[in-house]
Design a protein around this ligand. Structure first.
Ligand code: AKB
Length: 316
């Protein structure tokens, strides 16, 4: 029997992952934690506790008391926010990971860990199109530097201590349940909310800024598939590339306008433009497909339909 701890359960990924894991492993076996309250369904469908991953003592006691066997550590300061508080963001992103890695060394019952990386590990010197799994990684954002350092650490802990930690380089994630917070790809979530709330949107990236993106259902499925994959098939112990779909704000606007012809977007870049310009426009995820059978269901058309429907229902 698995007892699963999700750290960062109130966030964009966590709030959906907890529900998916509870469906699979049973409501009472998935322990949701965060430093703030999570959406009602997360709080009500199974155990939830306020827990700060930076508080090492409480974390280790929690893991031992609840006989945790798997940890999903999702808490992080994202790219946009991290540029505002670089040293604090570095400390949070790195120390929280080190707490979880050291805990896995101390508590052998913890058999498997998931930790998300990001396309932010790439930088301006990385090949921009169809970015390979193994390539130049010279990120120039504090978030990217912390994710790259994290990738090096998880591979090290795997090789040196045999800890089974698995990771995905998520593209921009798009969902309607919990709004994204502080990332560069957030425009692709905000645009849907503003389309429905106001019929117009001012985009903080230029209309030609192409980035890799993915609908949350595909990201959750990929995460669970990777965690369930046969360990001997995993050739990458840093983090797997995931491509999702690539589009720019102009293409996404055109897709929304098929449903809302009067929707209007204006463009005013801010500091996040430089971050987006340093990231790949498209990703090669052939290694993930080969190793553990990565697949996707959503393209830009299906994504737009489900986002508009979901937000309309949510906002009543
Ligand atoms: C961000 O924009 O910071 C994140 C990411 C791509 O990791 N969504």
């Amino acid at each position: 029997m698995e007892n699963i701890l999700v750290i960062g359960a109130a966030g964009q990924i966590g709030s959906e992952l907890v529900i998916a894991l509870r469906k699979k492993y049973g409501n009472n076996n998935v322990f949701a934690t965060d430093i703030k309250e999570a959406p009602a369904d997360v709080m009500q469908s199974g155990p939830f506790q306020i827990l700060d991953v930076m508080d090492n003592n409480r974390l280790i006691h929690f893991v031992i008391r609840h006989k945790i066997t798997q940890i999903y550590h999702l808490a992080a300061v994202l790219s946009g926010n991290a540029e505002k508080i670089p040293v604090q963001a570095w400390n949070i992103n790195m120390q929280s990971l080190m707490n979880v890695l050291d805990l896995a060394k101390e508590v052998p019952e913890v058999k498997r860990i998931f930790w998300p990386s990001s396309i932010a590990v790439f930088g301006p010197s990385t090949p921009r199109y169809s970015t390979p799994q193994f390539t130049i990684t010279e990120p120039n954002t504090v978030y990217g530097i912390s994710k790259l350092a994290g990738e090096r650490w998880i591979e090290y802990y795997h090789k040196r201590y045999g800890i089974d930690i698995r990771s995905i380089r998520y593209p921009g994630l798009i969902s309607y349940k919990t709004e994204a917070g502080g990332g560069t790809t957030d425009y692709a979530v905000e645009i849907f909310y503003e389309a429905i709330r106001k019929g117009k949107y001012e985009c903080f990236l230029t209309e030609e800024t192409s980035l890799p993106m993915m609908f949350m259902d595909d990201a959750i499925q990929a995460t669970i598939d990777l965690m369930e994959a046969d360990s001997t098939k995993l050739s990458v112990r840093s983090s797997y590339n995931l491509a999702g779909m690539s589009f720019n704000p102009r293409e996404l606007t055109a897709e929304i306008q098929k449903h809302m012809p009067d929707f209007n977007v204006t463009y005013k870049s801010d500091f996040r433009q430089a971050i987006a310009d340093s990231w790949p426009a498209s990703i090669d995820d052939s290694v993930a497909k080969e190793d553990w059978g990565l697949t996707y269901k959503y393209d830009i058309k299906a994504l737009t339909e489900v986002m508009l429907k979901g937000i309309r229902e949510k906002l009543g």
